[in-house]
Ligand binder design. Structure first.
Ligand code: ZN
Length: 178
């Protein structure tokens, strides 16, 4: 999705060059009021969910919108007025119904294909899983069974596995349709 009109004054945007701190730069800008579409990456929260009452297995879920059958970390966008840790605890509970016991930062990762920055957490949780409608199914994996894709949240998963003494195994990205 690209912006076509200025959100401030509704003038059609144009690709215009302006001098910025780093030098001349072409961006979508408003020729009337000089509004600039910066296109900064969006922060996305992600969780390696460890089910404390399921033998410490990891919950991965398949998004209902995905055509291929792959399982991923729980992710979501931050809401205004919340901290990242509050945000990921909220997302885990909204998407799985699990109660969150502990939230620990794994790391921060680029995901340039989606123009996102991934803020990844290890979330310890417990309870009965009920998925939100945006998730089609979930699976519980022993940590050594998890495979990582070589992008975004996959690197977060790999770093968490290494911290637990498991050498991560990567699969191709993007995955083949199955
Ligand atoms: Zn404008």
């Amino acid at each position: 999705m690209t912006f076509r009109y200025c959100p401030a004054c509704a003038t059609p945007l144009q690709l215009l060059v302006r001098d910025e701190d780093s030098g001349p730069k072409e961006r979508l800008r408003c020729p009337a009021c000089d509004w600039t579409h910066w296109n900064n990456p969006t922060p996305v929260l992600a969780a390696v969910v460890e089910c404390a009452d399921q033998g410490g297995r990891i919950l991965l879920a398949r998004n209902a919108a995905w055509t291929h059958r792959m399982f991923a970390l729980i992710t979501g966008f931050m809401e205004a007025g919340e901290t990242p840790t509050e945000g990921i605890a909220r997302e885990v509970t909204e998407e799985t119904s699990l109660a969150v016991d502990a939230v620990t930062l794994i790391g921060v990762y680029d995901f340039q294909r989606m123009n996102q920055v991934i803020i990844a957490y290890h979330v310890v949780a417990h309870g009965e899983v009920t998925l939100s409608p945006e998730l089609a199914e979930y699976k519980l994996f022993a940590p050594e069974e998890v495979r990582c894709w070589p992008a975004g949240t996959g690197h977060a998963m790999a770093d968490w596995l290494r911290s637990r003494g498991h050498e991560p195994v990567y699969v191709e990205w993007p995955p083949r349709a199955t």
